[in-house]
Design a binder for this molecule. Structure first.
Ligand code: SF4
Ligand code: SF4
Length: 247
């Protein structure tokens, strides 16, 4: 999760801390929670979901997301669009649970934890910690299965998500981003395309002089033709230069 205000130290969990949780179909709360959520999607979340659904990224964004601009950073915030109906359900919620489970977003994998990362003001290093979400209606917290934060993180397949999400944070919290100054419209469009709309970014990269201008090595050119993660990697590197050019 991209937030800059840390919860109080006593609420922060380290990778070794333990908690009790289990979620299964035998609980009366099963399938009641994936509704009315403010669910931000990171670029890597979008990459995985649209690949799961085998949709063009433009179609995925149009059909399943909403977009806002973060008032502090000026960066886009892409949200999963919940149903307009009374129950506000997630479009991927099925009778037996999540229909995109293998590629569910970061926030869904983390739950009941929340991961906070950002640059520490003292050390200037990117740091992350966790804290527990504890909504009373979630009966999973009363189950007896015990996890460490670390085993939960790895077991939920979060390692590649956190790695890519932190790459995005390096942009958002870049030391040369003037505080209080948001992105202008052109910069905003660059971020939206290079991070979230990867099919359009791929078309742009291969149909303009981008590869030569940006001196993309031949082996990377071969990779990005079919590998979305490599393309997102390139997109993030491109944005770093485009938004914060060297003096
Ligand atoms: S245990 Fe919690 S996460 Fe699982 S279905 Fe119930 S409310 Fe949702
Ligand atoms: S993506 Fe899956 S786990 Fe996440 S809110 Fe939707 S149905 Fe629930």
């Amino acid at each position: 999760m991209f937030i800059e205000t840390a919860p109080p130290p006593e609420k922060q969990l380290t990778i070794q801390d333990t908690f009790r949780f289990d979620c299964h179909q035998g609980l009366s709360c099963f399938n009641t929670c994936c509704r009315n959520k403010h669910l931000p999607l990171t670029p890597y979340d979008v990459l995985r979901l649209r690949r799961n659904l085998n949709l063009h990224s433009d179609v995925f964004l149009d059909r399943y997301t909403l977009y806002r601009t973060d008032p502090q950073s000026g960066f886009p915030v892409v949200l999963l669009r919940m149903s307009d109906g009374a129950d506000g359900r997630c479009p991927f919620l099925g009778v037996e649970g999540c229909k995109v489970y293998a590629d569910r977003p970061t926030a869904c994998r983390l739950y009941p934890l929340c991961r906070v990362s950002g640059y520490a003001s003292g050390s200037g290093r990117l740091e992350a910690f966790f804290y527990m979400l504890d909504p009373p209606q979630c009966l999973g917290r009363q189950e007896n299965r015990v996890w460490t934060v670390g085993t939960w993180h790895t077991g939920q397949g979060l390692d590649p998500y956190s790695a890519m999400n932190d790459r995005m944070l390096e942009l958002i919290f870049h030391p040369r981003r003037a505080s209080g100054k948001g992105l202008d419209e052109r910069q905003l469009q660059k971020v939206l395309v290079a991070c979230y709309n990867l099919d359009i970014f791929r078309e742009f990269v291969f149909s303009t002089g981008f590869l030569d201008r940006f001196e993309v090595p031949v082996n990377v050119r071969e990779c990005i033709a079919g590998d979305d993660t490599a393309l997102l990697d390139l997109g993030l590197a491109f944005l770093r230069k485009a938004l914060f050019p060297p003096d």
